[in-house]
Write a protein of this length. Structure first.
Lengths: 265, 265
DNA sequence: CGTCATGTTGAGCGTCATCAACAGGAGTGG
DNA sequence: CCACTCCTGTTGATGACGCTCAACATGACG
């Protein structure tokens, strides 16, 4: 537990320890680098396609989306990010952003200068491994979204997204489970859900009604309730393996060993 | 230039230098680790979903696809890989594969044991940065595929894939350019093209005819010819920036500096 | 025998339009 | 200061219509 665990940065350092298996000194140092914390309103770009950031953004509260906008104005959401992640970490290695980072809800975000991150990476080489692993998991999620967009009909596509977000939210303690039922906040409008699934807002509306009629999900404003997770999982063809290809803590040994090996040179 | 540059491993070490900006000693060492080179027939899995590989696969000749198969038997191709890449590099960090690696053509592939890669990464910490960067570029390509699958109509979707592959192939010298025309090998059947774009094989067939009728592309068996790259680029809404978010050689300074910084500890 | 080609049919989904519900903000009067 | 209205923008809901694309044919070509 770092001294930051109680503030807004706490969720960040907590995740670094639990999910990314970073050792406490590294996550503590990272947490201390987060500065310039401020609040963004909903539906606002934090980073834009074509930008060349000199700092990275840490999401501390709220949801953000990765998205690209086509010439015609159509927007495709390619990923959803929940708190404690660094959505534009790639700008450290790829200077020009290929997509936008946009707030979904009101968002509290902090910033870490690239220079500080680079310095910390030379001090703790295993940090690069942790970042690489984060990127690999993002990649696995992106692949599953490709399958969703390319191969599943509308109802299953929406259901699959709900399954994925339910799993990810529960994993960071932001979903309430009672037996086989799961409820969690859902800040996306039907229009945004359409942008994420490649469907029109109208068709989203009708398909949601179908899912409700089947008794698979319920909506109370800003909140989704999955009545029977097993049924929804089966309906959507959801397999959670891709979200965390290993049990938490398992890769700690690799990262620790790497740290010791480099330090001993 | 390593001593391997003339053999099949040459394309691998060449790309490590040119694209990944690895220094010659590292790429030379990596090239030496490639062993057990053998040839796979077309349409065969090299690595399967659920596998826990203990080695990584280096594609030396031919094309492979990343793909996932749904319960109903529908296959979604999420990425295409051309020679000189390591498609299952992620198995170093995420032990369980979330997707299949399948040959498209006949493929020559070599293998590097995880243990050797891990050892080399402790010897050259900047190798992790290079691998991370590769993963980030893969991620940028995956995002563009998500946009393709979710937001573009059939004709533009296919045209966009042709633009992407033309650019990537030309980048490694496997496309012939004459003025504004570009021709390159195209080993995918119409069925596989459908699996990559989320369209039925029949609709692929008809849309290809439409593209031919518009004079945008021509087909000779196993070969695609883009008659006017600018026109096709405009038609598809293709912007090549995401493929290499920087000019080759630009990130060499970061990786070199990282190598020196860690070595000087 | 796999791949490409071509016709027919219909389901799935997009587009356009309208309407209700709701949340702010400005102004008004109490 | 608070309550009430009016206005406006956003979201969700619903109907009518048309187009894109999938499903199931059946041949033709290597």
């Amino acid at each position: 537990m770092s001294s930051h665990s109680s503030g807004p940065v706490g969720v960040f350092t907590f995740r670094l320890n639990a999910v990314s298996n970073l050792s406490s000194p590294i996550s503590y140092a990272l947490g201390r680098l987060v500065g310039n914390v401020r609040t963004f309103p909903a539906h606002q770009d934090i980073v834009r396609q074509g930008d060349r950031p000199s700092q990275c953004c840490v999401v501390l509260r709220g949801w953000v989306s990765r998205n690209k906008v086509l010439e015609g104005g159509v927007r495709q959401i390619t990923a959803l990010h929940i708190p404690s992640t660094i959505p534009d970490l790639q700008s450290l290695m790829l200077p020009q952003m290929d997509h936008n980072i946009t707030t979904v809800t009101s968002v509290e975000a902090g910033f870490i200068p690239h220079s500080a991150l680079r310095h910390l990476m030379t001090e703790f080489p295993s940090l690069a491994l942790a970042f690489w692993k984060e990127t690999l998991i993002d990649g696995a999620i992106a692949r599953e979204w490709e399958v969703n967009l390319g191969s599943r009909p509308a109802a299953q596509r929406i259901a699959h997204l709900f399954c994925e977000m339910a799993t990810r939210l529960e994993h960071v303690g932001q979903a309430d489970r009672i037996e086989n039922a799961l409820s969690f906040p859902w800040p996306l409008t039907q229009g945004q859900l359409g942008e994420a699934t490649g469907l029109s807002a109208i068709h989203i509306n009708r398909t949601l009604q179908e899912l409700r009629a089947r008794g698979l999900i319920e909506f109370t404003r800003q909140q989704v309730q999955i009545t029977d997770l097993d049924r929804l999982t089966h309906f959507a063809g959801f397999n959670p393996d891709y979200l965390l290809s290993e049990k938490p803590g398992q890769s700690a040994s690799l990262i620790d060993a790497y740290e010791r090996a480099v330090a001993s040179i």
